[in-house]
Design a protein around this ligand. Sequence first.
Ligand code: ADP
Length: 442
Amino acid sequence: MKVVHIAFECAPVYKTGGLGDVVGSLPKYQMQLGVTAAVVMPGYSFIRRLHKLPHSQVPIIYAESELFTEELKSCTPRLQANAYLEFNIKALSVLKENGIRPDIIHCHDWHAGLIPGLVKHTTDSFFKDTKTVLSIHNIGYQGNFKKELFDGERGKVVHDLVNARGKRLNFLKEGIRSADFILTVSPNHAREIRERRVGFGLGRVIRAKRGRFAGILNGIDYDVWNPHTDKYLYQEYNRKTVVQGKTVNKTRLQQELGLEINNDIPLVGFVARLSTQKGIDLLAPIIPKLPRRRVQLVILGTGEKKFERTLKAYTNRRFSEWISVNLRFDETTAHRIYAACDFLLIPSHYEPCGLTQMIAVAYSALPIASAVGGLKDTIEEGRTGFLFHELNSETLLNTIERALAVWENPEQYRKMRAQALRKNFSWEKSAAEYIKIYKKLF
Ligand code: ADP
């Protein structure tokens, strides 16, 4: 079976979040199960191209256009609308030029959302036996543009190939309508969508797919997220050397970030895009209320300017010994934070799957998270982490207090850490579930 994954990002070539991790790893594990997999992504002007995913034979194919420039990072609607429409068209043409006729085209998120419609409605017979699958990694981002934003010829494509009615074009909605199967990235998030708890206006279109919608849990790539082999760390460690290894990483990170060097104080991390989704609005107001002699906080994130401004308030001398705010996207620091931290905060309002809780556990930091989406599927309350149900700052603060109480009881912390370390979030099982779904489509 030939499967081509199409996405706007693919780690390590280009990554802005978890989708990059997934597209950079899932195809590799599918290949190990006998599927012929490939990835198509935009040939951005600012990336260093790799022609295969590391540790694999999975080719990365680049769709070319002069629109795939650094300016896209500004998220200007006109630029995004035209560039990603172009990407949808060029992704298909690059496959055809290379004579690649997939059994399955697996589209990821809104950036590839027009492909199912283009495949379905094309008069060209090249893709006539190809089935399309659309994975929704984040239903809150839909690529919903005014049609007038599309330039000249591209405007005509929009008009001819997709839903000609209405003033707007919603990439994700079009994908949901046209794809042969819809997936999201955890069983619990699929349930939330089915039960109308999350939907962002698309719940009805998804529910209309009935038996053609499911949730499969993401995995993490242990070739990348493994403290035993992780070259970004100050010191690598394994299960046997975890206590000593984490102490070295914590001490060095405290030093690097100007925090008080003290292994007895638990270090709590927050690594995320700064958007409301990630619960930064719940965390920011309680920062000054954290018990300063019992906890240190390290934040790494970029995103909405209003949240960056809020967090900057915690960068002055009053906080510098126990709070470190780092407003940038920085792979090295992210790895070091997971290795140094004793806890990781994930107070998301919704979380289709979430990777950081799984990464945290792999690096032996216990997650403190809201009981939503994939967080609920992957964290066992009181055994491998801490979950809270009422999404407000007070409950978050109480849950942090619960975690600190466990830290202050070393036997209890050790027990939870041992339980967490036994968790295995590898891709094997999920990769096989994807293949089962693909096979159902023939
Ligand atoms: P999402 O895809 O919604 O952003 P996930 O939890 O699925 O959230 O994945 C986030 C990924 O992005 C993780 O690999 C995390 O380490 C990484 N990440 C998030 N923010 C940063 C940052 N500021 N610097 C480096 N890596 C980051």
